[in-house]
Ligand binder design. Structure first.
Ligand code: CTP
Ligand code: MG
Length: 393
């Protein structure tokens, strides 16, 4: 058995052009490579395929050949490649492709470049069916919707769903059978939308193998979203932070970047913003990058009196590098004095601004410890922060 494949890339993409798309769809890119090349790569992975015929629009043949030569330079397919100019109808393009098959070729797969997601497994299933003696074999999927024949705006008939399948490419043929079918249809002036229809037209049998849900055809503008890269898988992460500062002569109180007028002074190396310190630790927790002391040691003069929002900025740089997307921040301040209720709204919006989050993604709570412990004795303040985020898996 010598089996070649024809990659059809000679259409005009008129349905997409109507919606304003200038590039013919076979030349649109998916993951940086044109659609027709995705089909070529899939077919090249199938060991039982001996060569490829690319069919390009006649007026863009040279350009497309040059593009393919570049792609082959970068990633050789290690298969002989031939190039044909397409025709007016799809079947004319196939016909022109068939003309370029070498003399020893006896089987052929015909594939639409508009279906970039077909798998090598599907090609192998088709070739297995050919080896089993099928003269024509195509991928088919049972339809899920009820299909009706519609005339104008009125239903003419409901078709029996159990008998209906949607069919895909690649379609695989005994070469002599497909050539005969082409001749038959040319003589009868029969126009078709897939290759199997030609074999059916001359009364030939067409077998099916299970199609693939993912093997969709890019046809209308709605289909273009399938070409946008799938989001990298991500995992949810949680970081927790805790910090304490002592009251005493030092820095004026700042919480979450907001000066608290009349609040007790804070003993600290930096500006003593207990809430932002807890937040930095929670962010580092999400990143799996240790704690605030490792990154900004309180023995380092560079951080003397530093505004803690600058530390947040620094950690957010790391977060960006690691692809961390913060989804929510929950903060709790714990102290007996000062009263924090009047400041909570401003702290919330300041933290939201620092993290570039919406207000609803930040929550600020305040509580006392009922006179107990060092906060109860008004000796200091503590804060806890919980950050939830996603990062690439
Ligand atoms: N095709 C081709 N030669 C043609 C028509 C179509 O090689 N004269 C190819 C297309 O490039 C496509 C495949 O056949 O990969 C399936 O055709 P279709 O989805 O109809 O694509 P277009 O004909 O390009 O689009 P449209 O029908 O919207 O004009
Ligand atoms: Mg078409």
């Amino acid at each position: 058995m010598t089996c070649w494949a024809i990659i059809l890339a000679a259409g005009s993409g008129s349905r997409l052009a109507q919606a304003g798309l200038k590039t013919k769809k076979q030349f649109l890119e998916l993951e940086g490579l044109p659609l027709f090349w995705h089909g070529a790569q899939t077919l090249a992975r199938v060991a039982r395929i001996s060569g490829l015929v690319f069919v390009f629009p006649p007026d863009e043949l040279q350009e497309a050949k040059a593009r393919t030569a570049d792609l082959l330079d970068g990633r050789p397919l290690n298969l002989p490649c031939r190039f044909a100019a397409g025709g007016a109808r799809r079947q004319d393009s196939v016909f022109n492709g068939l003309a370029l098959l070498p003399g020893d070729c006896d089987h052929v797969l015909v594939h639409d470049s508009a279906r970039p997601f077909a798998s090598p497994q599907l090609c192998n299933a088709l070739i297995d069916a050919l080896k089993g003696g099928a003269k024509a074999v195509i991928p088919a999927l049972p339809v899920k919707d009820t299909i009706k024949r519609v005339l104008g705006t009125t239903v003419a008939q409901t078709l029996p769903r159990a008998e209906l399948c949607a069919v895909q490419t690649p379609q695989a043929f005994d070469l002599a059978t497909l050539r005969t079918a082409h001749a038959f249809c040319q003589e009868g002036h029969v126009s078709v939308t897939d290759d199997a229809s030609m074999v059916e037209t001359m009364g030939g049998e067409v077998a099916i193998v299970p199609g693939e849900e993912d093997n969709v055809k890019i046809t209308t503008p709605e289909d273009l979203k399938m070409l946008t890269p799938k989001q990298a898988p991500s995992v949810a992460v949680t970081g927790w932070g805790y910090d304490v500062h002592k009251y005493g002569p030092g820095h004026p109180m700042v919480l979450g970047g907001v000066p608290i007028a009349g609040g007790p002074e804070i003993v600290a190396h930096s500006d003593g913003d207990v809430l932002l310190h807890a937040l930095v630790d929670a962010l580092l927790g999400c990143l799996g990058r240790g704690d605030i002391g490792e990154h900004f040691p309180d023995t380092d003069a560079a951080y003397a009196g530093i505004e803690s929002s600058i530390l947040v900025n620094e950690v957010l740089l790391l977060a960006d590098q690691d692809g961390l997307v913060i989804t929510h921040v929950d903060l709790t301040l714990i102290c007996q004095t000062p009263k924090l209720a009047p400041h909570k709204a401003q702290i919330k919006s300041t933290v939201a601004r620092l993290l570039q989050l919406e207000d609803r993604q930040v929550n600020v709570k305040a509580t006392t410890e009922e006179g107990l412990g060092f906060t109860g004795q008004k000796k200091g303040i503590k804060a806890v922060a919980c950050v939830t985020a996603t990062r690439s898996a």
